[in-house]
Design a protein. Structure first.
Length: 576
């Protein structure tokens, strides 16, 4: 039997990219400029605190910054802002082997006895360096008793000890601990900075991948540099140094924006088959419905922000080319459309977690989005029915009732304009304006009814006469609401067009209030609360705008409430 002798090797051990490209000086730190500036200024001025707290999401540089601070404090040529990275202290700290820099995992050393052992060791002077630096990672994992044991030492540590606490969950840190530390918040690294760093690493490693793939890696990392470099390591293992976009998508399980945009293009054009086809293409690629919903929600957010803030807004992280594409797509939607679509996508995401048919749920939501694209906004619908969304009668006592309706949406294919009654076309304009005096408003009412039926109904409460070459429409003071409704921009324009069609192209129209002789209503008889409520309900049911809205939406009035609090009846049960 032969025995093979172990052969020595000089081959260096493999290091993942996240460790190989870990910053060794403050100027190499990516995306944390405010933290770097504050710490370097403090080091330059000799203002060294006894305890620091670094908080932020995973992979943004908290532990790296703690090691850089330890090197800056203990460098053989320091302390200063630029550790030499050549002295024994710098090399040992970078390798994680310094006896004067203690790195403690708070998740596995979270008991009170662990903290007491640490406190005993801190009473000794550093073996070689100036400071003993204690780095406690994931410090929020310490128990309550361990935090309590740490309090006194953290408030008044020995002069040769500096604490650096790091956490991803700041809300779990007791306030007593927070008050004893200088607090630094590490932000997520912006996608552009992350992509630029990845491009630099890819160049140094001689990796061949497109800008689209780099952007996809940066997007999947969600602001974490460590996650981004780990993903790049994974791509190299699968693809080698040359990576195709399709391979990058497959390895990362990411969903390119083009597949989401295909659905949104179909929604913009109201093309239901194309929307379902976009989802089928996504399914054929193996996309997870939850991932698709997440990507759809993020895309709609970017479109809504660009629509509201403009194409040059810095609120959307995108390249110039991507921004142009987003702006073009956002231009195909209105702000209300995007908000409505965003709400649908937001409701879809949690629903998918509990659905046994996620693909079907995604398809039905896509069809709802296509149909919602053609809906008329309620304010526009109410204005088209007359009154610009304001409706109600004018009961005695100054109260103006507003009806509360109950019902579903309009029947398919039916619009507000189709729901309104049509009138025959107006007669030809007269050759000369009518003489001064009273004017019959029936032809004018017929002319305006085809485009603004509610305005035609309002004219039932007006009297017309010619005065100084124009038509004067007067309402009684108690009908001032009707006058104000007619004066709304859309309603007044429709009335003016009808006046020109009926009375002549140069005819103008003025509106006013005028009490008519003998028109004072007699004092109403005493009525009960029930009688008053019934009267208000009947007034609302006879209001033209309310009737039109109820007809369009298939609704019924269930309750009535005057806008004048003094005229409001006591609350009673609604009609069935």
């Amino acid at each position: 039997m032969s025995e093979r002798a172990a052969q020595p090797t000089d081959a260096p051990a493999f290091q993942v990219l996240a460790r190989r490209y870990r910053p060794q000086s403050f100027d190499q730190v990516v995306g944390q400029a405010p933290v770097v500036r504050t710490l370097t200024n403090a080091l330059a001025a000799g203002r060294i605190a006894h305890a620091y707290l670094f908080c932020g999401t995973r992979g943004v540089g908290k532990t790296t910054m703690a090691r850089l601070l330890a090197k800056a404090l203990n460098c053989g040529q320091g302390p200063g802002t630029d550790p030499c990275n050549d002295c024994p202290s710098c090399r040992e700290i970078a390798a994680g082997g310094s006896v004067d820099v203690l790195e403690i995992d708070g998740a596995s050393h979270n008991k009170v006895d662990d903290v007491r052992d640490l406190q005993e060791s801190l009473s000794y002077q550093p073996v070689r360096d100036r400071y003993r630096v204690v780095i406690i990672d994931e410090v929020h994992m310490l128990s309550r008793s361990a935090f309590n044991a740490l309090l006194k030492t953290l408030e008044e540590p020995p002069p040769h000890v500096v604490f650096v606490l790091a956490t991803t969950e700041l809300e779990k840190i007791p306030a007593t601990i927070l008050s004893r530390c200088q607090h630094f918040t590490f932000r997520r690294i912006p996608r552009q900075e992350l992509r630029a760093h990845l491009e630099s690493v890819a160049g140094a490693e001689k990796l061949d991948l497109s800008r689209e793939s780099l952007d996809l890696v940066a997007r999947v990392a969600s602001g974490s540099l460590r996650d981004a470099l780990s993903a790049l390591d994974q791509l190299v293992s699968f693809c080698g140094p040359s990576m195709a976009d399709e391979e990058v998508e497959a390895v990362l399980g990411a969903l390119p924006a083009a597949r989401v945009d295909a659905l949104l293009e179909a929604v913009a054009t109201g093309d239901a088959p194309a929307a379902l086809g976009a989802l089928r293409a996504s399914e054929d690629r193996g996309d997870d419905p939850a991932r698709f919903a997440e990507a759809l929600l993020a895309r709609l957010r970017d479109l809504a922000v660009l629509k509201a803030a403009g194409a040059d807004s810095g609120l959307v992280e995108a390249t110039a080319e991507e921004r142009d594409e987003l702006s073009a797509l956002a231009g195909r939607f209105g702000e209300d459309d995007l908000i409505r679509l965003f709400q649908m996508a937001a409701q879809l995401e949690p629903a998918l977690r509990h659905s046994r048919q996620p693909r079907t749920l995604l398809e039905l939501t896509a069809l709802k989005m296509v149909k919602a694209r053609g809906l008329t906004p309620l304010a526009e619908l109410a204005a088209s029915l007359g009154g610009g969304g304001t409706m109600g009668g004018a009961p005695a006592g100054g109260g103006r009732p507003g009806g509360a309706t109950r019902g579903g949406g309009p029947p398919p294919g039916r619009t507000a304009r189709q729901a309104a009654p049509h009138a025959p076309p107006p007669s030809a304009a007269p050759a000369s304006p009518p003489p001064a005096g009273a004017v019959d408003l029936a032809p004018l009412r017929a002319a305006v009814e085809s485009v603004k039926p509610a305005v035609a109904a309002f004219l039932d409460h007006a009297e017309g006469r010619m005065a100084d070459g124009h038509l004067l429409l007067t309402f009684q003071p108690r009908h001032s609401f009707f006058k104000k409704s007619v004066e709304l921009p859309g309603n007044l324009e429709a009335l003016q067009r009808a006046v020109r069609d009926v009375l002549g192209p140069d005819m103008g129209v003025h509106l006013g209030l005028e009490e008519r002789t003998g028109s004072e209503p007699e004092a109403p008889p005493a009525e009960t609360d029930s009688d008053r409520r019934q009267r208000l309900l009947e007034a609302a049911r006879s209001e033209p705008a309310v009737r039109s809205l109820a007809s369009v939406f298939g609704a019924e009035i269930v309750d009535i409430k005057p806008l004048d609090p003094e005229a409001e009846p006591p609350p009673q049960e609604s009609e069935p």
